[in-house]
Design a protein around this ligand. Sequence first.
Ligand code: CUA
Length: 331
Amino acid sequence: MNAATLTARAVPLVTFGFAAGCTGVQSALDPAGDEAARIALLFWVMTGGALVIWAGVVALAWYYGRPHEASESRTRDRWLIVGTGVIFPVVVLTMLLAWGLRMLPPLVSRAPEGSLTVEVVGEQWWWRVRYLTPDGTTVELANEIRLPVGAPVQFRLSSDNVIHSFWIPSLGGKMDMIPGRTTYLAVHPTRTGTFAGACAEYCGTSHAYMRFAVQVVEPEAFEDWLDRQRQPAVEPATPLARRGRDVMLASGCGACHTVRGTRAAGTIAPDLTHVGGRLSLAAGTLPNDTASTARWIISPDRMKPGVHMPAFHMSDAGDVRAMAAYLEALR
Ligand code: CUA
């Protein structure tokens, strides 16, 4: 392959690579919130500055690398070394540091008093999400966060196992979830959409299977959604779903999972009250449908190594199908 063909092939690939990295549901360079916009600005200023400095260095290297008379001024060379090697970096880095420090406080400050508060707990390997509603009730769900557009939100973050890092690139920076401590992150979503979040700190075997979805919606839609989440689970409407519920309760699933409105009240695993309405299963690992639910019940460890949920591969296939039908109907 000659150089021209290589260039012709490489240019679109590199351009596509850059473009694909700059947009999308999980890009810090496609901000959907005030905090992410600040971070993106910092990135672009630093990238632009680095390119300008790089061009200057290359130009100087070229200029001084060319053949020249030994008699050319030594004083000028000395000044060049002091100027570009000492003065220039000190001035540029000091300016960048001052600007960066000025940008920091809004990124780490708390949301105003009375803002919507969402508690997120890092688990191995999923996210426990709790809404503290004004009437004092708590709504718990998993791996999914819904937020109203145009209002600040306070996240209260913790972990009772290992250190995780909570990150929604489109909305803001990362924040560690540290056992024994509560950390805070405030975001202010500025446009609606569905964005992806992930754990940004290695936390064990299935760290990479620890994702979540953030849906930013209009305030009215948010209130409707929260109202529905507050409701107990719907009664199963078909004989198959009824069988599924009975099998689930008889198999001891309720020791770990809660389905509000039934006697399943376990707290160590995700709350399943409205699991059928979620965007994915197992923290972004599987699509949310009956077949995936059944696969998950039979062998969760195949899809998520190290998962704490036991496999139910001894279960009768009909029972598993019924449980999947019941869970899918919990919308
Ligand atoms: Cu949790 Cu990585």
